[in-house]
Design a protein around this ligand. Sequence first.
Ligand SMILES: Cc1ncc(COP(=O)(O)O)c(C=O)c1O
Length: 459
Amino acid sequence: MIKSLIHSMAVCPDMNKVYPKIEYGKGVYIYDQSGKKYLDASSGSSAVSNIGHGRSEIADVIYQQVSKISVLPTHAFNSEVVENYLDRLVSFAPAGFSKAWTVMSGTEAVESAVKLALQFHQIRGDFSRYKIISRWNTYHGNSVFMLDVGGMKIRRELYSQWLNNFPHISPAYNYRKPAGLSEEEFVQNLLVEFETTIVEEGPESIAAFIAEPVIASAMGAVPPPANYFAGISRICKKYGILFITDEILTGFGRTGKNFGMDNFDVVPDIIASGKGMSGGYFPLSAVIASAYVAQAFIDTKTPFLGGYTFACNPVGCAVGNTVMDILERENIIANAQKMGNLFLKKLEVLKEFEIVGDVRGVGLLCGIELVQNQYTKEPFPVSVAISKKIGEKAIQKGVVLYPGRGSVDGVLGDHIQISPPLVINEGQLDEIVDVLKQCLKEVMSEIKKTTLSYENIES
Ligand SMILES: Cc1ncc(COP(=O)(O)O)c(C=O)c1O
């Protein structure tokens, strides 16, 4: 007993909790040791298992690749499996991209993308550009460097002595735009804020701007307002700033397109991708560079200084290649778009619960925001932990959600991200909605009881 407790403490984040043990997964479901079935509407933590769980085809591919070769002396060699996969990644990206390489985690990919942007300016003789502009309430990875670039206050707090090197602007958060502003005026204000920040910081000091196309776990699936990214891209070009998209979560079909930014007809300079590109069958992520960026390295014969031991790993590439076969063969990205549109309509019904303030998303990256009052949009106090409570209730009822908080100001604001595997069908979407309805009903009656007991105490 003590041994198993120590083990569970070693692998899971809450050291006071004993987590149920998952035994296996199949499609959209995972099963614990007691045989209890859960619909994994989180897709791992989070939005990873785009192609669903338990694909033995990928186990076979891993076995075959490991039997041949599992690691290369990459300083001196390439291999067909790696080269073909990198070419395929480039073709999967929008037109104008020319180079790609893989690493292991999302954090490594985004950090490599940022370093690529920094080195790009340096090899062109532009040594003054070292700042990265990003947005508050967005997450770009968990290394200290990426926490600094990112804007997730809860995670940054612990490392404040090492941070605060970079400017941040407001996230494009349509649901909480200032009262009385049209969406167009709101976008205009956001773009003015971006350009003013550039001018105040000194355009010659800015290397890149980074953003998630749809703000995922940090805010619960917040899409940008119309024409926002087109304006951002225009301003980046005006000042020679590279535009990096963090597609770690939104890439590989999650939003119903190859990449999240494809929904907004904007092409960035560098893409970082991860999670769904391996479907969780291998730690795999990638940087994809536009020809504009890559050409500077080619012309100056400068290697990119971003090596990792497991970069361009052949097993990862074999897995990634098979995931792309499956995405194509089973038309999974089209399913994500179709099911995503349907899901948003079904989730809209949840607004009949007075604590559901917003329902939002793109493709199968969806979210709801919980409020005390639908009209004033007042968030719950942190102490109520409402999204966490709903997440726990849903697990008891057999659905895994991805609850979070901080959407309003980095601390306040409860949301729930719902990002099931992209192979989900309509009946399974209904299962999620039914469980959400039950959880919302229960939580609301518990809140009412607590309020009543406060009133009794006060009177
Ligand atoms: C948008 C975004 N960027 C970066 C990361 C970091 O990825 P990883 O946890 O694989 O390092 C994540 C992970 O959740 C993410 O959602």
